[in-house]
Design a protein around this ligand. Structure first.
Ligand SMILES: [Zn+2]
Length: 464
């Protein structure tokens, strides 16, 4: 077996995964993640792991690799005495997706699937999102399996999930498994993507983020009633188009629920603003444009608000007919603790008197999810990042978008977005790389991810 360091193994595996180019264009026949599953299955050859392939659609394979912990065996023995009901075995699940988003090849200065490495940087689609972490998960899991083979198995089980179809919100990946094969792997404690970036405070303080939750979705279609009539005699009538414009304006100027919780507060503190600004942001009285957050302005606004984007409007037919019906669709993203009734109440409040002309239809609804920071896994992450970046604060954050972790959280588990950036890459830098042209990562960050992940996993697995 390889004598390379974990970091070098991860760099090599990352290059292989980039070159596979498992591009997910949102169609069922794209992705081809079975190629990544093949590669990763071979990666564990000869080691004491159990492997399962889950393929909901041809080519869309998710690979599940389990290194069994000794605690599992104890738990099974204990079952006869009623000491274990088959849950809470303490397993850790690493969820890494193997698909990537499409590229606009002409806009790239390096071949997007070449994994070209130059001056300590690897270029390629998926290097940041999230193949470097998927590779690190595979390497760390292989290391744990190798230790088990040498007679030192972990106390807790470790499961590595190389997941398909994350970029299409997982219709053939982790959410599919959660719905159709929920016993395929444990959900109680999971790590996945998008943590580890830095926030540099105004006074120079360094913070490193751990993602603890993500916003939910509460899509709505508003049915707006107007007065029908002939376009030649409009006096005294308000067409549905005109009323839609009034509704739209009312929604635009409304204030929507804001976060005032400790996760938001610790994010704000990381920026080290002056006291007045900091206090107003934390207590929800801030009235500015978020420009203090620079390249994270939209991000900061999103993670602290129920956001309402007006995205689709429909009404009207013949030009000489005043329509009586219009629809306006809203892409609403919710905060933890905000449910469908809260959203509808906020819409009604925003509309005021207009609400008598509006019926709210609920479309897709997915609650926001967030995990407590008072857990052994969070503490293990916090400790490892603090060792790596002395003096840095470890800051829990919410993400505006979704990852596979929402499935684990919804199934009652805890889930954190992990990462480690020795380059000091800021949260803004990392966000700017997502789905962007010329996606690239510093090799130092690839190595850091593998090394810090190994510390977290080792620490967590040895505690029983
Ligand atoms: Zn991703």
């Amino acid at each position: 077996m390889s004598t390379q360091s974990l970091g070098e193994q991860t760099v090599d595996l990352l290059a292989c995964l980039v070159r596979l180019g498992c591009v997910n264009d949102l169609t069922a026949d794209s992705g081809g993640e079975e190629r990544a599953a093949d590669l990763l299955e071979e990666f564990f050859e000869g080691l004491p792991v159990s492997i399962e392939r889950i393929t909901p659609h041809p080519g869309r394979t998710t690979l599940v690799v389990t290194v069994e912990g000794t605690q599992v065996a104890d738990g099974l023995q204990g079952r006869g005495h009623g000491s274990d009901q088959g849950h809470g075995t303490g397993a850790l699940t690493l969820i890494g997706h193997t698909d990537v988003v499409p590229v606009d090849e002409e806009r790239w200065t390096h071949p997007p699937f070449g994994a070209v490495t130059q001056d300590g940087v690897m270029w390629g689609r998926g290097t940041v999102d999230m193949l470097h972490l998927t590779a690190a998960m595979a390497v760390v899991t292989r290391e744990v399996a190798r230790r088990a083979q040498e007679g030192a198995p972990p106390a807790r089980s470790l499961v590595f999930v190389a997941a398909a179809d994350e970029e299409a919100r997982g219709g053939l990946g982790v959410p599919w498994i959660g719905e159709h094969r929920p016993d395929a792997f444990p959900w109680e404690a999971a790590l996945s993507e998008m943590g580890g970036a830095h926030i540099r405070g105004r006074r120079g303080g360094d913070s490193v983020v751990v993602v603890v939750g993500e916003k939910g979705a509460a899509q709505r279609r508003l049915h707006i009633r107007g007065d029908a009539g002939h376009g030649s005699v409009p006096l005294g009538r308000t067409s549905a188009v005109e009323r839609l414009a009034q509704v739209s304006a009312a929604l635009s100027s409304a204030r929507w629920p804001t976060a005032t919780d400790e996760v938001w507060a610790s994010f704000v503190r990381a920026f080290e603003f002056d006291e007045t600004t900091e206090t107003s942001l934390i207590d929800g009285t801030y009235d500015g444009d978020y420009s203090e957050f620079a390249d994270l302005a939209a991000f900061a606004h999103a993670i602290s608000h129920v956001t309402v984007a007006q995205t689709v409007a429909r009404s009207g037919g013949p030009i000489n007919v005043m329509p009586s019906h219009a629809t306006l669709e809203l892409d609403i993203r919710t905060l933890p603790g905000v449910d469908d009734d809260d959203v509808d109440a906020a819409i009604v409040a925003a509309l005021g008197n207009l609400s008598e002309h509006v019926t709210i239809e609920r479309l897709l609804s997915e609650p926001a999810t967030a995990s407590s920071i008072d857990t052994g896994l969070y503490r293990a992450i916090e400790a490892a990042l603090s060792r790596r970046y002395p003096g840095a604060r470890v800051v829990p954050v919410l993400m505006p978008g979704g990852t596979d972790l929402r499935v684990a959280r919804r199934r009652g588990g805890i889930g954190y977005g992990f990462g480690a950036y020795d380059s000091g890459a800021s949260l803004g830098d990392v966000y700017a790389q997502l789905h962007a042209h010329d996606e690239h990562i510093a090799l130092a960050d690839v190595r850091a991810t593998a090394e810090v992940l190994h510390e977290v996993v080792t620490e967590y697995l040895t505690h029983s």
